[in-house]
Design a binder for this molecule. Structure first.
Ligand code: BTN
Length: 264
């Protein structure tokens, strides 16, 4: 996937109008952050064929071998309250799920907040980082990793990870997939800008939400919450109905869901 090829595919797009493509980076999120600090505009897209220190959520490593995946980060500069930035992660998850379905014909679900899951295995992860000032977003980096043509995974993640190739049986054109993600993201980001929340995205997101109506365990800072997932609210928070009839809102945490990734 070359920069020339990508620029043709992304012609006319606001997201992806400025391209920064590399063979190797430590992390596309780190590079995008540097560019954002230097004033690069909204829509700047950073890609790498491989990442030597790809970052996952919660300080985990994101395995990013050369040539098989899509490892990219997008700079956004919405004039939104900082508290609403997490909605962009949900918008990105929705965009990737739709793009994967469009390009590969696979049914893609979302495990809240932002894992894309196909046939019970994770195919994509998203790491959003932000800089805010006076409770306003200065920039958001949406970092997306998609296992596209991966044929095999390291032992530690083999049971829970998959790729579009393994699921569809066909090699996927990474440039085409990335262009489809940008097209979808432009659509959902545009709707986000109207309200700065999930109002106009909630229905589409919820239709893919694998957590819905399932028993969940959420662990955060040593405390554990158990209950049934009732959906998400307009801020993108997860709604959990507990045994005593209360509804708790979950902002973040390690979420296990019965029936996804083999949790029982
Ligand atoms: C997760 O843990 O699920 C999030 C993984 C996010 C990985 C992507 S790959 C491109 C971008 N650069 C990084 O260092 N991380 C994100």
């Amino acid at each position: 996937m070359t920069e020339e090829e990508l620029s043709v595919r992304l012609e006319g797009r606001r997201l992806g109008a400025c391209l920064d493509c590399h063979d190797r980076l430590d992390s596309t999120n780190n590079r995008a952050r540097q560019l954002a600090e230097r004033g690069y505009p909204e829509g700047t897209l950073v890609t790498a064929e491989t990442q030597t220190a790809g970052k996952g959520r919660r300080g985990r490593v994101w395995v990013s071998p050369p040539g098989t995946g899509l490892w990219f980060s997008l700079i956004l500069r919405p004039a939104a309250p900082a508290a609403r930035a997490p909605v962009l992660t949900l918008a990105a998850a929705l965009s990737v799920a739709e793009a994967a379905e469009e390009v590969c014909g696979l049914a893609a679900g979302i495990k809240w907040p932002n894992d894309i899951v196909i046939s019970g295995r994770k195919v994509c992860g998203i790491l959003t980082e932000m800089r805010a000032e006076a409770d306003r977003v200065r920039y958001v980096i949406v970092g997306i990793g998609v296992n596209v043509n991966t044929a095999d995974f390291p032992e530690e993640i083999r049971a829970t990870a998959t790729s579009l190739y393994l699921e569809s049986g066909a090699r996927v054109d990474r440039g085409r997939l990335l262009a489809a993600v940008m097209e979808r993201m432009e659509h959902w980001y545009g709707l986000f800008l109207r309200t700065f929340d999930m109002t106009l995205l909630r229905e589409a997101y919820t239709a893919r939400l694998l957590n819905l109506n399932r028993e969940s365990v959420i662990e955060e800072n040593g405390s554990v919450l158990r209950g049934r997932c009732l959906g998400i609210d307009d801020e993108g928070l997860l709604l959990i109905g507990t045994e005593d009839g209360a509804v708790q809102k979950v902002r973040s945490g390690e979420v296990s869901v019965r029936g996804i990734y083999g949790y029982v």
